[in-house]
Design a protein around this ligand. Sequence first.
Ligand SMILES: O=P(O)(O)OC[C@@H](O)[C@@H](O)c1c[nH]c2ccccc12
Length: 256
Amino acid sequence: MGKNYLEKAFNNKLSANEKIFVPYIMAGDGGLNNMEERLSFLHECGATAVELGIPFSDPVADGPTIQDAGVRALANDTTLQSVLEKLEQFKEERAIPIILMTYINPIFIYGIDRFALDCVKAGVDGVIVPDLPLEEEAMIADVLQDKDIALIRLAALTSSEERIAEIAKRTEGFLYAVSVTGTTGARSSHQTEVKSYLQKIKQHAHVPVLAGFGVSNPEQARELGAACDGVVVGSKIVDLFHQGKTNEIKELIQES
Ligand SMILES: O=P(O)(O)OC[C@@H](O)[C@@H](O)c1c[nH]c2ccccc12
């Protein structure tokens, strides 16, 4: 478990000449009891790792689909603590790396040291904290480093080349290339400059680069994936799980 486990899963995929596919799910959407089953289903479908969202009342980067899922999860009393406890229960059986996605506030309230410790107990391999800029990350970066948990940094279309270089230098596990200017959510197409943006990031990165935001079908996944190492798909997966359309999830992952 940990950073190496995540990097190994990515490298296995890439050395087999395949692209990485990381689905996002909201923990507690439909109850926490479905989590183990959803994770193993996504693994069987061919996902390389799963991004697991912690519901939060003020999710600044989330679009409507993920926000709705967050509201459902909060209504089920899902908390950072209950998610970590649940993960710990089936840690030994789990065969797919987990990247926890949470805003900084819940971590801060939980306690940074306690968070890192409980992530280890739960077998969390990486963490994404979208509202934590490089300038502020020291408060958790060192603690996570110490526990061998990858801190995944994000780049934006508006990031300068200098900033991209710094993000690329610091990121662990992979580099999350946010590929729209806006919030999460399925979109029918991406801006034309996305390809050159991904290529620019690729030149700086020493770990895989994954494009995320707005990817909702295999064509988009293949198109963006061609300019980097793969994709993260959130809203579409969240929607399909909510509607019980698991066959469509399988198709989406397998055809991407
Ligand atoms: O939903 P989309 O457009 O497919 O984008 C992925 C995204 O949902 C997931 O990675 C995510 C959900 N919430 C976030 C907040 C910040 C960064 C990333 C995320």
